[in-house]
Each structure stands twice: as C-alpha cells, then as structure tokens.
Design a protein around this ligand. Structure first.
Ligand SMILES: [Zn+2]
Length: 635
C-alpha cells in the first residue's frame, strides 16, 4: 500500500496556462490515438479488470496466513515478504487501471464505482497486511539480520526492513497497529475525498462573460487559464468572481481541512511524535530541520522575491503591481504555440545532457508505448501527473495540453517523473522501486530547467529571451516562494490544532492573508494583496497530503544545483559525465537509500543552506540579464 499512497501524490503544480485560448488547443476526443493512453495494455476491458480484482480479493487470506509466523525461520520470513511484495504489485496495477480510467472521465459513474470497489479491496489488503510491520519489529533487528545472512533472497528487502526497524519507537503493538490501519482505511481518506468531490464536481463555479462575448464557467481549470488574461480589467473580474465564490464556502472547506489536520494529529498522538511535522517527515527519514531551514531561508531572502515583483511591475508597465497581475504574461506578444509533436521533440532535445539512453527511453515512451494522454476533454481530471504505479509495464502521464510554452514545460516536468519511475522500476526490485516525494520533484524540475536552458541556447532575440527568462522567474516565484508560503501555512495550521485551537474558515483566512501580505511585500508596496484572496488556501488540494508542498521548494533548489552541474559538465572543454552519472544513479535507486542521502550522493546536501544560496544566485543572475536587456531597450 505504501507504493500507492505516495505515487498518487506525484502531481504537477505548474500547469500554468497563459493568455487566451490557443489556436492549437485540441480536444482529446478528436485527437489521434497516439496522443492518448491505451488502457487495454493493462486490461482488455472492464470485465477482465473486474475478474482480476475479484481474484485478488480472494487471495487476501494468503498474506494473512503468515500472521504470527514471521519469526519461524528465514525461509518463512522470505516467503511472507515476497508474497506481500507480489500482491502489492498486482494490487497497484489493478488500482491504476481503475483510477486512470476515472481520471479520463470523472463523470463516468461506472468508473467511479470501480475506483471505490478497488479502494475497498486495497483497504482490506492493507488491514490484512498490517501485522507485517509490528511483527518485524517484534522479531527484532538481531534475528532479522540473522535471517538476511542465512537467506540471500532477502537481500533486496534490506532497505525496506531497515526502514521499519528504525521506526521502532513510533510503532504500536500488533493489535494497535491493526486498529490504526482500520481507522486509516475506513476514515482516513474522508476529508480529502469530500474536498475532491465538492471542488471537482459539485462546487457551483461562477459563469463570466469575457469581452469577446464568450461565456466561461470559471472552474479551477478555467481559472488557471483566464487569470493570465492580458486585459487587466478582465483578469480582475476573473479573480473577483472566482475567489468570491470560494469565499462563500470557506466554512465548509475550512471544516474539511480541519478534519484532515485532525487526522494527522491522530497519527502524531497515537505514535508518540512531538509534532505532526515530525510524524510526517519521519516517513522518509527527513530531519525537521530541513523544513524549518527552508522557511527561514526563504523568509530571510524575501528581498529577492521583491526584486522580482519590482521587475514584473516595471515590465508590465503598471503603476502598482497587484496580486491579480502575477500570472499575466510579463512580455506581451511572444506567446508562441507548440503542437504536441513539437513539444515532444523539444523535450527530447532538451534532455540531451542526460545522455543517449535517457533520451531513447523517453522517445520510446512518447512514440511507441503511449505514456502520455495529452489533451483535455470535459470530465477529464484537471492538471497533470505522472504515475509509475504499474511496475511491469510503463509510466502513465496525464496532461491537459494547450500548446503554450508552459505546457511544453509541463510535459518536460511529467516526463522527468516518468523517467524516474522507468529507471527505478527497471533497476530496482519492486520492494525498493518506489521513490519518495522528496526526490520525486527533483527529477521533474531538473527537466524543466534543462528545457529552459535549451530554449535559451537557441534563442538570440531579446524579446524572446525576456519571455523565457520571465517564465523561469515565474516558475521560481511559484515553486520556491509560493510553495514555501504554503509550507509555512501548513506548519502553522498543524501547530494550531496541536495546541487545541480549532480551524475555521475565518481563522484560516486570517492566517493565510497575513502570510500573503508578508511574502508579497504588501505593506512596502511591492504587490498589493486584496483581502478577498485570503481564501486561496481553500483551493489548494495539496494541503490534504500532509506536509507535501515543501518538497516542491526543496526539489527546485536541489534540481537547480544538479542541472547546473550537468550542463557545465556537458559544455566543458573536456566533457565529463560524473555529475550526470551520479544523478542517473539517483533516478535508478528508487528507495534503496534514504532520500536526503540519495541527494547527497547526487551532489546536494539539503541539510545546509548552500543549495538555497545557489538557487538565489541563479535567480539574481537571471534578473541581472533581464535588467541588462531592458537597459539596452531603454525601458
Ligand atoms: Zn511533479
């Protein structure tokens, strides 16, 4: 089950689409098959899937039959773990088919029922297998080491076993673990499901009429598109209508978020952690200092964000920058469009510094194995993600491709995840093929960085360079600063609940608005933030993922550093492949090593401020170049 929970969370955040409706925007219904997933690669049809699900459900007693026997002998111990890994792998595939089909059309109630049905089976499996962790702990490190020495087939399980044994102090008795697993499977997901159904299906999104007469239903997808309109009055309207509507539901959405946070405190208290943060980060053996370090690094470098805001204000030619201005094109008129075909080609060329074999595997995924479902259709899940949940087959990428540069960048991003899955699934046994979120977003943002630099290397025109550099800064604003703002918010709401303070729509609004004003320099006039946007927290699904967003920020910091090293190496007089090889090794390592160590081996030490300082240096360098161009243009 571990595998599922983490990889469903691998979602892109930066599916920003700027400008009006691109001419190339295509509906997936009318698109050729090569731009769509072929789910028959998984199961011939829903009936075949149903049979696989039922067969799996019947096998659940197999894993339960090992209960109480793990300490019997090395060979029984091995059989139990092997059975668990194989069943989990099978379940993951069955689950994936259901959730992929549902994501392609969330209005399809049969697909929704399949997701619910397999969710039930997955819960039953999780409950049946819940004895494994406490029983391994009961067997104890000494005996486990003896088993590993006696049974060579246990070797691939060593990182998995280490990870359990190190959690001894926070693991409960078998009976208590059973209850915790029951609570998780029966109730744990409720706040997030309610939030998802409400915001995806039931929320009465406002309808607005654009100046060209077009009537638009302003759902999340449309909001991310129209908040970037060039016409200021028009995007003001988009912001106003969208956030006013969210404001009407702050009580309900505050209650769902409160419930989610309370569920996290359940875990913290039941397992004896000092804080929800510590409980959440312990999953990946990440010291809480990495988190608090990030928040303090960002807070002491808000002047770099403010420099960016000042530059944006100057380039947009507005007297006072406002929160409504942050998604609009910084340079007008260079919004080039790319077909899906061109996007694939660009991404493949951009990843050249990662080497031939990386390029070829991705190319095979694009053109032969149909990894990507490109275009939007009504009912298709919004945003973008990549899933490596089908170990034996290939990764799956869901996009809502609209043809802008940002969409090409999203393809690069998701393909970074896909290649990470591909390499780990190829090089690791199932039990260590999954990778933690902490390294996941390094693989994706590294590719975004490579794409940007590829574009810059091939763009001499000042206006086009300004546009690319501006897009890059927008990315840093959103991935580094905005996600850290979210991270700070997330930490504070958990601390409030830990101290017994309830979360309400109003208290969440107050806290969020304070952070918005601080980050964006409202008081000093860098960017004015209207009180209406206090409710933005209600729009962020990631708050249901328990300390997830900070990893976007740490990842972009790490990937900036890694991509820099690889590019420098490739461009050197005597090219070396040391940084590249270290990085590819990380991508091929799954969870065979702890994530902070994996990054250290790939050349970045996230327990220090050094990578952050390097990212700020790159950001300031980009602003230096932009200011130089503007000076040449006498703007
Ligand atoms: Zn991602």
């Amino acid at each position: 089950m571990r595998r599922f929970l983490s990889e469903v969370a691998v979602m892109a955040f930066l599916s920003i689409v700027v400008g009006g409706t691109p001419a190339l925007a295509q509906d997936r219904q009318g698109a050729p098959d090569k731009y769509k997933w072929d789910l028959t690669q998984l199961y011939k049809d829903p009936a075949t899937w149903e049979a696989a699900k039922d067969a799996f459900a019947k096998r659940i007693p197999e894993i339960a039959s090992f209960k109480g026997k793990l300490g019997d002998s090395a060979s029984v111990f091995y059989s139990a773990l092997d059975t668990y890994a194989n069943m989990d792998k099978e379940l993951s595939k069955i689950y994936s088919y259901a959730s992929f089909a549902y994501d392609l059309d969330t209005r399809d109630s049969a697909a929704q029922q399949r997701v619910q049905a397999i969710g039930q089976v997955a819960g039953d499996f999780g409950t049946a297998a819940s004895f494994i962790t406490p029983e391994i702990l009961a067997v104890g490190k000494e005996k486990v080491d003896g088993f590993v020495a006696a049974e060579p087939r246990l070797k691939p399980f060593v990182p998995f076993l280490d990870n359990i044994l190190r959690m001894k102090a926070h693991t409960l008795s078998p009976a208590e673990e059973h209850i915790a697993a029951l609570a998780q499977s029966k109730m744990g997901g409720a706040p997030s499901s309610i939030y998802g159904v409400f915001t995806n299906a039931d929320m009465p999104y406002p309808e607005v009429t654009l100046s060209n007469g077009e009537k638009v239903r302003l759902d999340a997808q449309a909001y991310t598109k129209y908040r970037a309109l060039d016409d200021r009055a028009e995007r003001d309207m988009v912001f106003r209508e969208f956030w006013n509507k969210y404001g009407e539901f702050k009580r309900t959405l505050g209650t769902t978020l409160y419930s989610a946070v309370k569920a996290h405190t359940f875990d913290k208290e039941a397992r004896g952690y000092d804080s929800c943060l510590q409980a959440a980060l312990d999953r990946d053996n990440i010291p809480t200092a990495v988190y608090t370090q990030l928040i303090s690094d960002v807070n002491s470098n808000l002047s770099t964000l403010h420099r960016y805001l000042k530059l944006r204000q100057r380039m947009m030619g507005v007297g006072q920058l406002r929160y409504e201005d942050l998604y609009a094109n910084i340079v007008k008129g260079v919004d080039k469009e790319y077909t899906a075909e061109e996007a694939m080609k660009l991404v493949l060329q951009a990843v050249a510094p990662l080497g031939k074999s990386y390029q070829e595997a991705l190319s095979n995924g694009f053109y032969n194995e149909r990894w990507v479902d490109f275009f939007p259709t009504q009912g298709k899940r919004s945003g973008a993600y990549s899933s490596g949940s089908v170990y034996d087959l290939h990764p799956y990428e869901l996009l809502n491709y609209m043809g802008r540069y940002e969409d090409v960048s999203t393809l690069a991003h998701e393909s970074g995840h896909s290649m990470h899955s591909y390499l780990s699934n190829t090089h690791q046994p199932y039990i260590t093929a999954d990778y933690s979120i902490f390294v996941a977003e390094v693989a994706s943002t590294c590719n975004e960085n490579l794409l940007l630099h590829y574009m810059l290397d091939n763009t001499k025109d000042d206006a086009a360079r300004l546009s690319l550099l501006g897009t890059y800064l927008d990315g840093l604003r959103q991935t580094l600063f905005r996600q850290t703002l979210f991270a700070e918010f997330e930490l504070k709401i958990h601390e409030m609940v830990e101290q017994g303070q309830p979360l309400t729509g109003d208290s969440l609004n107050k806290l969020y608005l304070g952070l918005l004003k601080k980050y964006y320099g409202d008081e000093a006039g860098f960017c004015k933030v209207d009180d209406r946007y206090a409710v933005e927290w209600a729009y962020i699904p990631h708050f249901y993922r328990n300390f997830y967003v900070f990893e976007y920020a740490t990842s972009i910091i790490a990937s900036t550093s890694i991509a820099n090293a690889i590019r420098q190496e490739a461009a050197a007089k005597k090219p070396s492949t040391k940084a590249r090889d270290a990085y590819l090794k990380m991508l091929s390592s799954g969870s065979s090593e702890y994530p902070v160590q994996l990054l250290k081996d790939a050349g970045v030490d996230m327990t220090t401020s050094a990578p952050f300082a390097a990212a700020m240096k790159e950001m300031n360098g980009v602003m230096d170049e932009m200011e130089a161009i503007l000076a040449r243009q006498k703007k």
